[in-house]
Write a protein that binds this ligand. Sequence first.
Ligand SMILES: Cc1ncc(C[n+]2csc(CCOP(=O)(O)OP(=O)(O)O)c2C)c(N)n1
Ligand SMILES: [Mg+2]
Length: 325
Amino acid sequence: MPPVPLPESARKHMLRTMMLIRVVENQVQTLFSENVIQGTTHLANGQEAVAVAMAAHVNPRRGDTVTCTYRGHSHALALGMQLRPFFAEMMGRTGGCSKGKGGSMHLTDLSIGLIGTFAVVGAGLPISVGAALTAQIKRNGSVHLAIFGDGSVNIGAWHESLNLAAVWKLPVIFLCENNLYGEYTPYLRTSPVAHVADRAAAYGLPAIIVDGQDAEALHAALRQASEHAQNGSGPTLIEAKTYRYSGHSRTDPAAYRPAGELEQWLARDPIQILADRMIADRQIDAQEIARLQAEVEAEVNSAIQWALAQPFPNTETLYEDIWAS
Ligand SMILES: Cc1ncc(C[n+]2csc(CCOP(=O)(O)OP(=O)(O)O)c2C)c(N)n1
Ligand SMILES: [Mg+2]
């Protein structure tokens, strides 16, 4: 799907949000190495365009929802999660979006439509299908997004979700971030078809393959899928071809990647692609980009300082916010 030029204000918002996500992810990496963030982290450097294009089509007031994976920082921020509860959650502190009990892999905020980020591969899809079934019954016109990686497409729940959503024509978008690897294994070593999108045919679904580094191409693909869902035609499978610059998680040096592969993808950086297009259209210049960069860095640093001053949850809260005790 080719890019469709968006208005200047929409471009600027996407550019700034991608820059913010990049700064945040780099800080998460640093804070993790300093043991301020514990557990594990999965960074999305290189995949920012998918997050900002996706968020442009989510309207929580209409009841839209999103599920995603443990690699969910970018999605949460693009949907509008505030930096303070974001960093407090990362650090396991009470001011976090899940009161410090979820951490990096479980960012959740119903007010922005983010109903869950799931560490179990493929687990988000049935939840999104359920949300879409609710929407169909309530006839509220909402659209529901399941975001997942290429590594989930051989999980049973993935196939069951696509099948059920197709049969019932549910208003759901299946958005795959195909970053070529599931943990340390290349996609093509685990799947016999070249593209994740090829699998849509088995369920009679429309599929779109899109450049995952181009925010405007992604925006166009998501618009088509969103309109398809809203007019009662059911789900679409979108495959965004993208790449994670770092390894799978905090301890992975990504030594399994062929030489030169990372450099090829760095040359197609999603922030640079949109910035170059805006520069060519005289909508931004290097000075304004530097100003935006300084602005987002200051916001991120101030949120980190705030989060560092928050307490850790005390043991009395251990049995709060759970289904049963
Ligand atoms: C059901 C299940 N099996 C295995 C794992 C271990 N695991 C964690 S992440 C991952 C790879 C998933 O890769 P992908 O879906 O491509 O997402 P990416 O990390 O590339 O964003 C695996 C196998 C898991 N969390 N859940
Ligand atoms: Mg992957």
